[in-house]
Design a binder for this molecule. Structure first.
Ligand code: TXA
Ligand code: MG
Length: 320
């Protein structure tokens, strides 16, 4: 069993696991989270692997100190300060423009990042001792209900996490409310533990976004979806035209003599976790270069390969 009652000793041990790139399930006031070092792309890839989710979904970064918000996101809006002062720590997640510090896999390539400060002493102590934000989705396997007790986590993810911190039952029991700031307006992306009315008492009327938990990661879920501008296609030799500036993402190796403008290898050892950790940032790097075309090699749809291929299929579809 890797479930431990949360106390100073077990939380310290859990923070060491986080710092060394492992996975820790921990209690928050809403639901249990499946946590990893939010600044370590490989650790974050392990979350998707454990959840067995066939698609990537942007994750919430959990912080214990308000000053971290300024390091993770850049915005100028007084109402954000008002919300934080009133509701943090608590079940309110804010989606704001991200900074460079946030790895692309955390946001699934989106230019925005979700941040919250949970109102639970165990979560706060764990984050503080880890010394970094903790990326965490709800600690359930894909398609299952969000866990509100350590035993729920143990049942579905026990063998996938390095440690489960048992902090008793979650007091709120539903996920956090998610609000996005976009062009100085606020949008409700997900109803949750804090009511829309309570938020509106502080900052005035907010719009309803299009969050739909039943269609995870559908572009419609994010009202302001990031869409790459360079055409992206699955690799085929017929696209190799020397008059074009072509960037390419290979899975394990580049076997071609073709003069690519930029050729990247997702994981030379064929490790899917490493490939997932590199995917979004490599795509971004290629995007920035004003190429005529980006080609990506297909990979086997096993484990994290499913989520990678799902992402790539969506990206290629945008240019059909
Ligand atoms: O209460 C909670 O929020 C729990 C605890 C563990 O903190 N966490 C949670 O995480 O529910 P998760 O991953 O199950 O749900 C997070 C939601 C997802 O629907 C995701 O799409 C959305 O937040 N989200 C994350 N980053 C986003 C972003 N940059 N833009 C829009 N939506 C985002
Ligand atoms: Mg969830």
């Amino acid at each position: 069993m890797n479930t431990y009652k949360a106390n100073n000793e077990s939380i310290l041990r859990a923070s060491e696991i986080i710092k060394s790139g492992g996975l820790v399930a921990f209690p928050t006031e809403t639901v249990y989270g499946l946590g990893a070092d939010g600044l370590n792309p490989i650790a974050v890839a392990k979350i998707f692997e454990a959840k067995k989710r066939p698609a990537f979904n942007p994750l919430i970064l959990h912080i214990a100190d308000k000053s971290w918000l300024k390091k993770l996101s850049s915005f100028e809006n007084e109402k954000v300060e008002q919300l934080i002062n009133k509701f943090w720590p608590g079940p309110l997640t804010l989606v704001l423009p991200k900074t460079e510090l946030v790895p692309d896999i955390v946001t699934s390539g989106n230019p925005t990042v979700a941040v919250r400060m949970p109102n639970h002493p165990v979560a706060l102590q764990l984050i503080e001792m880890s010394g970094r934000p903790i990326a965490a989705p709800s600690a359930n396997k894909f398609g299952h209900l969000s866990p509100t007790e350590a035993a729920h986590v143990a049942k579905y993810l026990g063998d996938k996490v390095d440690m489960i911190l048992d902090g008793g039952k979650c007091s709120v029991g539903v996920e956090s409310t998610i609000v996005q700031l976009h062009n100085d307006e606020f949008y409700l992306l997900r109803h949750g533990g804090l009511s829309k009315e309570d938020i509106e008492k502080v900052i005035g009327e907010i719009k309803i976004g299009v969050a739909d938990e039943n269609k995870p990661n559908s572009p419609g879920q994010l009202p302001f979806h990031y869409s790459p501008h360079t055409p992206l296609k699955f690799f085929n030799e017929k696209f190799l035209d020397e008059d074009k500036k072509i960037g390419v993402l290979f899975f394990k190796e580049n076997k071609y003599k073709f003069p690519f403008a930029d050729a990247r290898v997702l994981s030379a050892s064929g490790n899917l976790r490493e490939a997932a950790a590199n995917l979004f940032s490599f795509l971004h790097d290629l995007e920035k270069q004003n190429l005529d075309l980006i080609l990506v090699e297909t990979i086997e749809e096993k484990g994290l390969g499913q989520a990678i291929m799902d992402r790539l299929r969506k990206a290629t579809k945008q240019h059909e």
